[in-house]
Design a protein around this ligand. Structure first.
Ligand SMILES: Cc1cc2nc3c(=O)[nH]c(=O)nc-3n(C[C@H](O)[C@H](O)[C@H](O)COP(=O)(O)OP(=O)(O)OC[C@H]3O[C@@H](n4cnc5c(N)ncnc54)[C@H](O)[C@@H]3O)c2cc1C
Length: 492
């Protein structure tokens, strides 16, 4: 059906794209500007609604995955909340702070245009020398929004756009295959976890029960899925594939040697503990890189309860392999060994950057990973070369909710002119330096995670806003009690 462009442009101050955790955090923090929020789906919650299995639980402790001014019910519970509990928590937050009224559901932003300056001249294609006023009083961006209920595209004009479209979900990362080596030659069923997440409990069990299921992947979604297979299946094989690839050695850090040594020491200790606690060596699952590198790249996964007892029973079988392809009866590895399968589930991740590239106009879409190979975001939020736009939820941490919230507080202070951004060159060189430090922490730096530097990151945000970065009541708690979201409660 043809899509009709509605040329009438509705002008407003701030747009927020996406109503996941980041979108609702940004909406609350910017509520005094009455932002307009576009959410492609029919509800808030993002991945917790659309990208979870029936068994998915939070991996962070609930006290860490908590808004600073909205405690979890039963917050001292040590169990990990289910994705349904997380959704309930997010809904209560959104209702409590009345953010739902700002959200247009079933409204997908399909295109963004950068428009001319207030004098009418088009700046399209030009790059900023500095970011100027965040809210200049005239629209700099136009958004094309398509609603589920019609084919009409409505255009909106905004002074500032906050992109919260998420790193996961929506666009699956599918491996490339040589000719006649892909899913087309396989007689069974192939699906990505994104499709699996759409199945209700009954359909999911039906898909897995009595079948030989191969799960491709080694991260959290693969582990959880293997467990779901084990539960649904008796005596079938579930293979987890993907070897952890050894890259070149990481260059020694410019950071203080003492600091590096302490970190390595703690990492070694944790590694020894995990190897003692979990049968990683028994199943050939011991990574070939230090624990610290997984932590620094947010690749830690909590194994579901009874995971290794299912492996002991032979219901979950592991295989490390770097190359594989399809044959008519299943999966073939580079050593020519074959595995029979009825169902192959690709737990191969998502392409969050493509999601951004699809909606951003040229030249901004081509600048996303310039100059460091990953999206350079000053304070984890502002691309130095993209004016009047912020990205919340792209650089990950140990608690993405808490990080999205504090970045939204920082953004709110920026839009309220409580501080100014440095010039473009300064921001660029800052992001490049940060990336150099990340490269020294982990070979997986392209995952863009700040877990090791979370407190340092929050300190910088606080200092910009004009808050003290020493958030505890006294030096004893400052030195000995861990930081959590409540320490960053907004100061009046
Ligand atoms: C299975 C799973 C488990 C996880 N566990 C943890 C954990 O334990 N701890 C942790 O800290 N993090 C965890 N994460 C990371 C998680 O992604 C973040 O915690 C957080 O929920 C991300 O929220 P977000 O709002 O940034 O993105 P999303 O949740 O992805 O929300 C993005 C929203 O934007 C909407 N959208 C996208 N494109 C458009 C468009 N063009 N127009 C309009 N709307 C659009 C989407 O519909 C969606 O609602 C997990 C992720 C997954 C997938």
């Amino acid at each position: 059906m043809a899509t009709i462009d509605n040329h009438q442009i509705i002008v407003s101050k701030i747009a927020i794209i996406g109503a996941g955790v980041s979108g609702i955090a940004a909406t609350k923090q910017l509520s005094h500007h009455n932002p307009l929020v576009f959410e492609a789906s029919d509800s808030i919650g993002g991945v917790w609604r659309h990208c979870c299995y029936n068994s998915t639980k939070l991996q962070s402790h609930r006290r860490d995955y908590e808004f600073s001014d909205f405690p979890w019910p039963r917050r001292d519970n040590s169990d990990f909340p289910t994705h349904m509990e997380i959704l309930e928590y997010l809904h209560s937050y959104a209702e409590h702070f009345d953010v739902i009224k700002n959200i247009r559901f079933n409204s997908k932003v399909v295109e963004i245009r950068h428009v001319g300056d207030h004098d009418g001249s088009s700046n399209f294609g030009g790059l900023p020398s500095d970011h100027g006023t965040p809210l200049p009083g005239y629209p700099l961006w136009q958004l094309a929004v398509k609603t589920n209920h019609s084919d009409i595209i409505q255009w909106y004009g905004f002074e500032f756009v906050v992109v919260c479209t998420g790193k996961y979900g929506d666009i699956p990362e599918i491996p490339d295959f040589a000719c006649n080596r892909g899913p087309e030659v396989f007689n069974g069923r192939v699906l990505h976890t994104l499709d699996y997440c759409k199945l209700d409990q009954h359909s999911a069990t039906k898909l897995l029960k009595g079948k030989k299921v191969v799960v491709i992947g080694f991260k959290k979604s693969a582990i959880d899925l293997a467990m779901e297979c084990a539960k649904a299946n008796q005596g079938q094989l579930n293979e987890i594939k993907y070897s952890i690839i050894m890259n070149k050695l990481v260059v020694e850090g410019a950071e203080g040697q003492a600091c590096t040594m302490v970190r390595s020491g703690v990492s070694k200790f944790m590694e020894s503990y995990l190897l003692w606690k979990l049968p990683l060596e028994k199943y050939g699952l011991k990574p070939e890189h230090p624990f610290e590198e997984d932590y620094a790249s947010c690749q830690m996964a909590i194994v579901p309860e009874n995971f290794f007892s299912e492996a002991d029973k032979g219901k979950i079988v592991f295989k490390r392999a770097s190359n594989w392809s399809f044959w008519s009866g299943g999966i073939e590895f580079d050593d020519n060994s074959k595995l029979e399968a009825d169902v192959v589930v690709l737990a191969t991740g998502f392409d969050g950057k493509k999601k951004l590239k699809n909606i951003l106009p040229h030249p901004f879409n081509s600048l996303l990973d310039y100059p460091s190979g990953v999206i350079p975001l000053y304070r984890g939020t502002i691309h130095p070369l993209i004016p009047n736009m912020a990205f919340v939820g792209y650089i990950e941490s140990v608690s993405n909710l808490a990080t999205s919230e504090i970045r939204s507080m920082w953004l709110s202070a920026l839009l309220d002119n409580k501080f100014e951004l440095p010039g473009v060159e300064k921001m660029l060189s800052h992001t490049v330096k940060e990336m150099e430090v990340m490269k020294k922490s982990t070979r997986f730096y392209k995952r863009h995670c700040i877990s090791t530097y979370s407190i340092n990151h929050s300190d910088e945000l606080c200092e910009d806003i004009g808050w003290s970065s020493w958030r505890k009541k006294n030096w004893i708690t400052e030195a000995f009690s861990p930081y959590s979201s409540e320490d960053y409660r907004k100061e009046d």
